[in-house]
Design a protein around this ligand. Structure first.
Ligand code: NAP
Ligand code: G4F
Length: 347
């Protein structure tokens, strides 16, 4: 029997890798996409086949996590075996600018989707994209027993969604799990997250298109892993015998500064000549250190991260250099998105 999955956030970094992996495993994949005035499917275009093709197995549906009624009609239509809720306003700095929107999408969006599952009476398995950002000010190493202390509207919204997921498991017997994922990156990472901002800047500086990049706090510590490995962990959580919550992380620590040095050195550049500080990239409250302990996922799911920050920085720099070398002039001339906001004033 072909399994059917529904992915919210399929156009994002993780959604694209998850769709790729599930298609390779033989799944039929359905994705929720937002209507936009420009195409927003660039990360999954390589997977798309016209629905009239006899072997088409990926189908896209318009909808939004802010629209609960649509989630009900969509679930009733698709009848998925597995639901992966990856959609969110996922940028921490932006969540300070848009706390209400972030709460509505990242927090309430999960409630609407869980309610849609309940109202349609489906017996599907449900994955919630929870985040290490929920640990916030709790010191590392963090695992499934570490208390939450969110430091941003985004972190607070994820804590709410986490507890809703757990509550539906306990109240209604849902097979609902929280994957508490530490930072994971890739060449498909959004351009305003710090790793991609750095790798993209390195490629542009090396090509002579830019001279400097502006960053905020480079002393924070993160546990950066490689996104394709993390979507495998999401899938394993839904194949377990019992629903439970799991941390996915590498267990290694790296400062933004060290990631940046590795990225610049890999391209033969001296970072001190090209990196400047801009306070606009600071956060009103910061999460100083996230370092995860994924031993529960390793022991029970057999999941382990193999790519760590140094290798990741090199993978991302190589990919951005190659993308730049193969890009047409449209990519090179495109407005530079050099921060958490692409407003002209910020360029
Ligand atoms: P991402 O690249 O920012 O993708 C977010 C996705 O959510 C996009 O497909 C976006 O659609 C969609 N979306 C946003 N608002 C929506 C709405 N109102 N209705 C429907 N779809 C909406 O994020 P990611 O890095 O792939 O992360 C996936 C999930 O894991 C997110 O929930 C994130 O918070 C969480 N997470 C990520 C990490 C990490 O390090 N990457 C770590 C822990 C947790 P558009 O393309 O139309 O914008
Ligand atoms: O790349 P970031 O924006 O990622 P952050 O805030 O850790 O959040 C990411 O990981 C979370 C998991 O822990 C996810 F839940 C969330 O959705 C997202 O994927 O920032 C990383 C660090 C921060 O300490 C930030 O202050 O880099 C610092 N930083 C320094 N300069 C910067 C910049 N961050 C950004 N985005 N841009 C800068 O110029």
């Amino acid at each position: 029997m072909t399994k059917r999955a529904l992915i919210t956030g399929i156009t994002g970094q993780d959604g694209s890798y998850l769709a790729e992996m599930l298609l390779a495993k033989g799944y039929e994949v359905h994705g929720l996409i937002r209507r936009a005035s420009t195409f927003n499917t660039v990360r999954i275009d390589h997977l798309y086949q016209d629905r009239h093709e006899p072997d088409a197995r990926m189908f896209l549906h318009y909808g939004d996590l802010a629209d609960g009624a649509r989630l009900v009609t969509l679930l009733a239509q698709v009848q998925p075996d597995e639901v992966y809720n990856l959609a969110a306003q996922s940028h921490v700095r932006v969540s300070f600018e848009e706390p209400e929107h972030t709460g509505n999408t990242t927090g309430m969006g999960a409630t609407r989707l869980l309610e849609a599952v309940r109202m349609t009476g489906l017996h599907c398995r449900y994955y919630q994209a929870s985040s290490s950002e929920m640990f916030g000010a709790s010191p590392p190493p963090q695992n499934e027993l570490t208390p939450f202390y969110p430091r941003s509207p985004y972190g607070a919204a994820k804590v709410y969604a986490y507890w809703l997921t757990k509550n539906y498991r306990e109240a209604y017997g849902f097979f609902a799990v929280n994957g508490i994922l530490f930072n994971h990156e890739s060449p498909r990472r959004g351009e305003t997250f710090v790793t991609r901002k750095i790798s993209r800047a390195v490629a542009r500086i090396r090509a002579g298109l830019d001279d400097v990049v502006y960053l905020g706090n480079i002393d924070t510590v993160r546990d950066w892993g490689y996104a394709p490995e993390y979507v495998e962990g999401m899938w394993r959580m839904l194949q377990a015998d019992e629903p439970d919550d799991y941390v996915l992380a590498t267990g290694n620590s790296c400062t933004v500064r060290d990631f940046m040095i590795t990225a610049f050195e890999h391209a033969g550049l001296d970072w001190e000549k090209h990196v400047r500080f801009d306070e606009q990239y600071l956060r009103p409250t910061e999460v100083d250190a996230l370092i995860g302990d994924a031993s529960k996922a390793t022991g029970r799911l057999g999941w382990k991260a193999t790519v760590h920050a140094d290798e990741l920085a090199r993978i991302m720099v190589d990919a951005d250099i190659e993308a730049l070398e193969h890009a047409g002039s449209s990519w090179i001339d495109a407005p530079r998105v050099d921060g958490w906001v692409a407003a002209p004033a910020a360029r």
